[in-house]
Design a protein around this ligand. Sequence first.
Ligand SMILES: C[S@@+](CC[C@H](N)C(=O)[O-])C[C@H]1O[C@@H](n2cnc3c(N)ncnc32)[C@H](O)[C@@H]1O
Length: 305
Amino acid sequence: VPGPAWTEVRVSTPRGWQELIASALAEEGCPAARFGALSLAEADPGPGRAWVRGYLSEGEDRPERRERLRRALAELAERAGAGELRGLEPLFRVLPHEDFASSWRKDFKPLRVGRLAIVPPDWPGRLRPGDVRLLFEPGGAFGTGRHATTRACLRHLQERLAPGERVLDAGCGSGILAAAALVLGTGTALAFDVDPNALPYARALLDANGLAARCELRLGSFEVLEPSERFQGAMANLDSSLIRSHARHLAASLVGGGWFVCSGCTSAKRGATLAALTSAGLAVERIDVRGRWDLYAGRRTEYAF
Ligand SMILES: C[S@@+](CC[C@H](N)C(=O)[O-])C[C@H]1O[C@@H](n2cnc3c(N)ncnc32)[C@H](O)[C@@H]1O
């Protein structure tokens, strides 16, 4: 989907006055100011001067808006009582249209997490022997593998998965955890998310990797599971408050002795999260800490309600 076009509004400004000019642009509906030269090839703003830029989106760049900006800058010397601000002129330049969907993809480099190599579909490079490839084209859903909580889960899965299991991906976002589990050898998966916008990305990821027949997607939360549905393993990259309110549902979705991995929980809430997991009958065997995030992994005990 092509992104919006933008008009750059550039003002050569006496040094020391950049903030005032930036706020004058912002007051006229032209925010997101940047200072300085953006490239070495750029015209010099003049001795003792610097560039200040603002941006107008396509719909905002109208003749009356340009005129208001010109007037606001022309009046600034008077308003600020500063003669050096006389003669400020905005320069307008409609920027080349950028397709943000593809420019984002252009920057998406392969990512390695243990044996898993997450690569864009048109990546020309070669994998190492033993790599497990997951084709991934980033879209708009959470879960590119770059976030510490996703990476921690992906790493953990490689130790925990056993062939042929049926696993649950609770809060699947892009579907990366379910898809990774499947390419790493799990049997089948069920993934759900409350965000209807996430599911088409998850569907596309499964299709791109030939996994659609092995993974079912459902819109919603734990209520989408049938009362009798059970999994050998469950993955949930959800924040602590969600884990605490769904710990019992997570336990109920597992067979006795089934494994779980929860990441996305802030370490600041560790006590409360552990208490909720334990009282739901989920025994935490391991905590991995990455920055301010905890990953909890363990098994459903016999005592899950
Ligand atoms: C942190 S993202 C994780 C995405 C992906 N699984 C990953 O590991 O990168 C959390 C996802 O959970 C979804 N979510 C939030 N609350 C939920 C709930 N109550 N039930 C199911 N999904 C939920 C969000 O829409 C989001 O896609």
